[in-house]
Design a protein around this ligand. Sequence first.
Ligand code: NAD
Length: 434
Amino acid sequence: MNIAVIGTGYVGLVTGVCLSELGHRVICIDQNPDKISILRDGISPIYEPGLEPLMIDNMDAGRLDFTTSMEEGLSSAEIIYITVGTPPREDGSADLSHISQVADEIAAHLQKEAVIVIKSTVPVGTNEYVKNRIEGMLANPVRIRMVSNPEFLREGSAVQDTFHGDRIIIGTEDEESASIMEKLYSHLQIPVYTTDIRSSEMIKYASNAFLATKISFMNEISNVCEKLGADVESVAIGMGLDKRIGNQFLKAGIGYGGSCFPKDTKALMQIAGNVHYDFKLLKSVIEVNADQQTILIGKALERFGTVRGKRIALLGLAFKPNTDDMREAPSIAIARHLINLGAEVIGYDPVANGHAEHVLPVQVRYAETLQEALWQADVGFILTEWAEICALDLHQVSLWMREAVLFDGRNCFSLGQAAAAGVEYHSIGRKSVA
Ligand code: NAD
């Protein structure tokens, strides 16, 4: 099929590349000319394992192209994906200005009947709003059908998730659109659940809010574990053996970040608030996460009294491993706080240093390697569980550092490993190793 994907970010690029890999003819449209220019050169603007080679293969096969021109992009499209950002406004609600702008451009350029698929995460009712907006402004009187098809990929494993995800959700009001979408995804061995548009829009927010709840719940459990001398890692294993609970997403740490959970939980608070519902549980989930993001600083202050003048290495800056995405990464709040407290901060991330420079305080210095970051440091903060960081030889670390004191926000090491290496080790929901 001929497909146009509007918005070539994390979701749009992965969607476009993967649909072309399935044999469809795809054109990705973005308003950012620099992005389109490097994509045309075969370079992925984002770090995502496996994405760039797949992109190049499909460009070479003539199935994948990039443009800034809406007119060119929409000229032969049978299916149009909307994958632009829906960032949070100041009050936490979803900013739909990019969606509205795209709706206007579709209305201006659409020349023939098309299915319009909203993949961006949008508040309940947005598909209806977009349909009315486009139909109200169509330059050519053609039929449009709306489909809500929320995205569930995880950055860092986005390609794998697209080909082997747990489910595909299709929200539509007509059977023909449902069968077009089912045919489109028919080569993927992924269960498809078809429902009405409003429920589909809600499934995305409810799923993210539930996962965020699991994380905040385990973080609260970890804080209680610390006070009681229990070990949250063992508690999580024991809990996860119950099939009703499941063993996923029970990892305690320094809270969730990224472009989705923080934004979508706050947006759902607003969505509920708009219909006069006070979502108390979700409010607490958000509060717990905000506190948890800086919990390592509390532990360091408890240990040292002050961090003024201490050289602190931040190991891992991206919000999670295998991505260069810095949006809402806990490293941002931590670095700001440490700088305000007078610490000397040096950051290291295998791929996100460049992006970090734009969002962390200017006082932060960057290291090219883990050794450089830890060299003569007084304290190490582990913020992202990159494989490279979890594979550190703690004995070696103790030789590099001035004082071998580690605060591990991701529980990368066992207490036995820390004790054997002679490092002072403070982690989440476990006893400290002195
Ligand atoms: P992003 O910011 O990485 O990309 C958005 C792209 O849209 C940018 O390249 C921007 O230039 C482009 N754009 C904006 N307005 C445009 C316009 N009028 N015309 C053409 N291009 C335009 O965003 P993202 O992370 O890919 O997220 C997109 C949506 O998908 C959001 O709603 C997000 O919540 C949702 N989502 C994201 C993820 C994720 O892991 N990133 C996962 C699931 C769902």
